[in-house]
Design a protein around this ligand. Structure first.
Ligand code: GLC
Length: 660
């Protein structure tokens, strides 16, 4: 396993070396156009369109199956007389948001910008006759907030796209497909609109969506990415056109470990809807929103937080209140968010999060320590200065190095009930040692388990214990694989120059005995009952007089002559997938079940009568149960089966088995 990792690493290095001349240029360019975006960390998403009129979210047209022409009538009611671009951008700016992404055209196809490609737009199709994007992009310039646009590839209104299930009364739109021969026409329409968007409003980002419609391919995505990039080489383009993109867009979730090696942005609703929904009052708390922003920054991503303005053009006040509170926190603590990179710690900090910027570490404390001691494992250098970021006087906090930990005395109160930030300033880039990785195949084993250790950096050695104690300088150094032969708690820590420098990693690996396999034997089990019946009784409710095993379906020994019953159970092995015909010949009644299916019903009092039934069975073992009863006179039972290729024959001992 190790070997293959080594080979993979070598391969990547070789491949990287040969591609260097080309990719170095590409990466450079990307780095420079992404720089502002990487530093921004926090943006405003705005979902706004004529769906704000029915006020049930931006998917209303699809969710309520509204026919195109009927839905288009909402444009006539879209008259946002209270819209104030300056006010919206001021809200974003005061919230500490560095960019704003608005839906120029959502899946419903309605364009809230001035476009020559369709009259289905805010200027021509509404009583308002205005272009909000013009006003917003101007206001963004004024406030120093970057302006950006969302654009949906899927279009429920376009004549070039067809509903998934067309219906004049209740169409099902999602996902749409291109009408035959119309794909190129639609791409031309998109290109016209993208050019209009770029030249009229100079967006910093193109935020594509809806690329999952049928017929749109990653080749189309790549082509539209290239087309857009030519329109403005500085554009940052998300990944939802498919096939190409500058950054990933996890939706409504924060990936546990970020998206290593990729730029990414979590987009999230502030309640449960993107577009305005009158009934949705499930607004996230300020604490949750701030914790999300900080969590995302600590994992190296951006937070695109959505608002859904009303049809009158107002951002609902519960949303504004929350954004204002975030802005207040960022005003004091924004240094720990903007322009930072991901936490250097690979383990989740028990009290909060961490970000870094050149020579500083920022500890974002969600849970203030009750004993006033904040413990941070793995910080190697002593900081030159430690203080609360929000403290104007920067009063120094005392700290000590205790083994691998930095213990900060935080006797002062938390500056903020949601998150207080402690700045650690270092001389030079701080060195952090993470715990080693304990590598094994599975945490549960039967005989022995091989365990290896991997260090995060080469300068350290790993010492380990197998007795549940923390490793010390007296513990053995890990040089090769160790073999565990019993349940063991493994501890491992990194050591440098005679000292532990990391928190120990810990895992308990459990030795188990395998569950015994089922042992089977040929034949069937039987239970013998006595009673006076004229049809098969409910044997389940009766107590058997005797039980045992038999070679096959034969009458049991020591049976009475009259008034008794037998239930046989076992597994029948059939040789192939086939339709089988089963038969019972009995005097008196009998029934044959395979699994829960009654296959032969030969019930009631009678002389020797044969009955049959069909069942299709897959090759292998099937539970079989035969019930039989004898009233008076002779008694007899035989059970047989066959198929189109297997002759009817009595079921033999070899074909039957039961659990021992
Ligand atoms: C989904 C939804 C859409 C929303 C978007 C935001 O793709 O279809 O309504 O605009 O997510 O990420």
């Amino acid at each position: 396993m190790k070997k293959s990792i080594l080979f993979a690493a070598l391969f990547v290095m070789v491949a990287a070396a040969s591609a260097q001349t080309f990719s170095a240029v590409a990466v450079d360019k990307k780095d420079s156009r992404m720089q502002w975006w990487r530093e921004a960390r926090f943006g405003m998403f705005i979902h706004w369109g004529i769906y704000a009129v029915p006020a049930q979210g931006e998917w209303y047209m699809a969710n309520a199956n509204v026919p195109r022409e009927k839905y288009a009538q909402y444009a006539k009611e879209f008259d946002p007389t209270e819209f104030n671009a300056d006010e919206w951008v001021r809200i974003a700016h005061d919230a500490g948001m560095k960019y704003l992404v608005i839906t120029s055209k959502h899946h419903d196809g309605f364009c809230i910008f001035n476009t020559k490609a369709t009259t289905y737009n805010a200027v021509q199709a509404t009583p308002w006759h205005k272009d909000p994007l013009q006003a917003l992009s101007a206001a963004c310039r004024k406030y120093g907030v970057r302006f950006a646009v969302y654009y949906s590839i899927m279009d429920w209104h376009s004549p070039d796209q067809g509903a998934n299930k067309p219906d004049s009364v209740a169409p099902v739109y999602n996902p749409t497909h291109f009408e035959p021969g119309k794909k190129q026409a639609y791409i031309a329409y998109m290109k016209t609109q993208l050019k209009e968007l770029v030249t009229q409003y100079h967006p910093a980002i193109l935020w594509f969506d809806g690329g999952w419609m049928n017929g749109w391919t990653s080749e189309d995505g790549k082509a539209i990415y290239e087309y857009s990039r030519k329109l403005d080489p500085k554009l940052v383009i998300n990944d939802r056109a498919m096939g190409a993109g500058d950054y990933g867009t996890p939706e409504q979730q924060i990936p546990a470990n970020g998206l290593p090696g990729q730029d990414w942005e979590t987009c999230m609703t502030i309640n449960n809807n993107w577009g305005f929904n009158l009934t949705d009052i499930s607004f996230k708390s300020v604490a949750d929103l701030l914790h999300n922003l900080i969590d995302i920054a600590s994992k190296g991503g951006n937070y695109l937080l959505n608002v859904g303005p009303t049809a009158k053009g107002v951002i609902p006040h519960p949303e504004v209140d929350r954004l204002e509170a975030m802005g207040r926190w960022l005003k004091l603590n924004g240094e720990s968010v903007y322009g930072t990179t991901a936490s250097p710690f690979t383990v989740q900090l028990p009290w909060g999060r961490c970000t870094q910027k050149s020579e500083n570490l920022y500890l974002q404390v969600f849970d203030w320590p009750k004993d006033n001691k904040l413990v941070v494992h793995g910080i190697y250098d002593k900081p030159s200065l430690v203080y609360l970021l929000a403290d104007k006087n920067r009063a120094e906090l005392q700290f000590e190095k205790e083994g691998d930990s930095l213990v900060i005395n935080v006797s002062s109160k938390a500056t903020d009930s949601i998150c207080s930030v402690i700045t650690l300033e270092f001389k030079g880039r701080p060195v952090v040692y993470n715990p080693p990785s304990i590598v094994y195949s599975l945490p549960v084993f039967i005989d022995t388990l091989g365990v290896n250790f991997e260090t995060p950096t080469k300068d350290v050695e790993v010492r380990y214990t197998l007795d549940g104690t923390r490793p010390t300088m007296q513990s053995p150094v890990a040089t090769r694989e160790i073999a565990l032969t019993h349940t063991t708690t493994v501890f491992a820590a990194c050591f440098l120059q005679g000292e532990a420098v990391s928190e120990p990693a810990q895992v308990t690996l459990v030795k188990v005995s395998p569950q015994p396999a089922v042992e089977v034997q040929n034949g069937v089990r039987y239970r013998y009952y006595e009673g006076k019946w004229d049809s098969l009784p409910n044997f389940g409710a009766l107590t058997p007089i005797r039980q045992g095993t038999l070679e096959s379906f034969v009458l049991p020994p020591q049976k009475a002559l009259v008034d008794y019953g037998v239930v046989y159970t076992g597994f029948l092995s059939v040789p192939q997938d086939a339709v089988y015909r089963f038969y019972t010949a009995s005097d008196d009644g009998s029934k044959l079940y395979i699994g829960d299916s009654l296959v032969v019903n030969n019930d009631y009092q009678h002389g020797a009568v044969e009955k049959e039934g069909l069942i299709a069975l897959a090759k292998g073992f099937h539970p079989i149960r035969v019930e039989f009863f004898q009233a008076a006179g002779y008694d007899s039972l035989s059970v047989s089966y066959g198929s189109s290729t297997i002759k009817q024959h009595f079921i033999s001992s070899k074909e039957l088995s039961f659990e021992k």
